[in-house]
Design a protein around this ligand. Sequence first.
Ligand SMILES: Nc1ncnc2c1ncn2[C@@H]1O[C@H](COP(=O)(O)OP(=O)(O)OP(=O)(O)O)[C@@H](O)[C@H]1O
Length: 251
Amino acid sequence: MTTVSVDGLRVSYGKRVVFDDLDLELGVGVHGLLGPNGAGKTTLMRVLATVLRPDQGAVRLLGHHIGKPSALRQARRQLGYLPQAFGFYPRFTVREFVEYFAWLKEMPPARIPLAVDRAIERVGLLDRADDRMKHLSGGMLRRVGIAQAIVNDPRLLLLDEPTAGLDPEQRVQFRALLRELGLDAVVLVSTHLVEDVVAACTRVNLVDGGRLVFTGLPDELIAAGGDGDSGDSPIERGYTAVLRGARTAPR
Ligand SMILES: Nc1ncnc2c1ncn2[C@@H]1O[C@H](COP(=O)(O)OP(=O)(O)OP(=O)(O)O)[C@@H](O)[C@H]1O
């Protein structure tokens, strides 16, 4: 079932048009979002997270047309978003920070304490729950960011480069968490690590120059590559081949 659909999306920053007529459909599962620097991944995430208003196009999230204020509020309650960079009050503890987001997402107050501890546990930081944010390492901060995104058991989870800064052990654990979350939610994960896609994604989308140039199974992206394509792994070669094809094809 399609739970996120984007139709005729146009987004620009001043004169810079990032997307012009983009269509995208996502169902339950983990969807990788790949693309070179500047391709528009963060821009797309921000539109789906309802923090950036598109110039044109219909965005439907979990059955809600987000053009209407009441639908927007409904959608936001069921949304989790890890931005590429997020600010925080340095004196907040990990628990206070995640709790704060639970309140912002209008969770029922009685559910909050348990949900906060469970989210912190899922990112492996329960032993640091009472530490202040300013005392955490970069990778730990990223994990707290993931915890705030999942605290409300979102039906739509948007993670912008969640594995950036995670050590290999944490990355492996995080991929397992992603697979678990993708069983009953729509999860969109932008990453530059194509191994993340192979290990954790049910589908993959590749954007380039504001266009969706590939959507399919990770195996299909792998199959697009050949020995002559550059890359250190089969999926990197597929990635390179698709980009090359998209850039040489007439628009
Ligand atoms: N606030 C902004 N004002 C003007 N231009 C912007 C702004 N944010 C992004 N852009 C431009 O929009 C385009 C898409 O940027 P975006 O951050 O969405 O790309 P990305 O795929 O996430 O890149 P990266 O992989 O480097 O994170 C780029 O050309 C970028 O320079």
